[in-house]
Design a protein around this ligand. Structure first.
Ligand SMILES: [Zn+2]
Length: 70
């Protein structure tokens, strides 16, 4: 794996239990990791509806979410 600037990695977030604000169906989230020019790592979680209603948005992914479903 190359450590070049701009490298991106995308993976599914399996422990995301948010819902689509438009239709209420459980949403799925994916995490994008982006290598910054200064060597840092930027993490962005994006949610999208599990149904084809077209909703996509930033995932509301608080740390307390994990405790709530335990
Ligand atoms: Zn939806």
């Amino acid at each position: 794996m190359k450590n070049n600037p701009g490298y991106m990695s995308v993976r599914d977030v399996l422990d995301y239990f948010g819902k689509c604000p438009r239709c209420g169906y459980p949403a799925v989230a994916s995490e994008t990791l982006r290598r910054l020019p200064d060597g840092g790592l930027e993490r962005e979680v994006t949610a999208s509806c599990g149904l084809p209603c077209g909703w996509r948005g930033p995932a509301d992914f608080p740390a307390s979410l994990l405790d709530d479903v335990a």
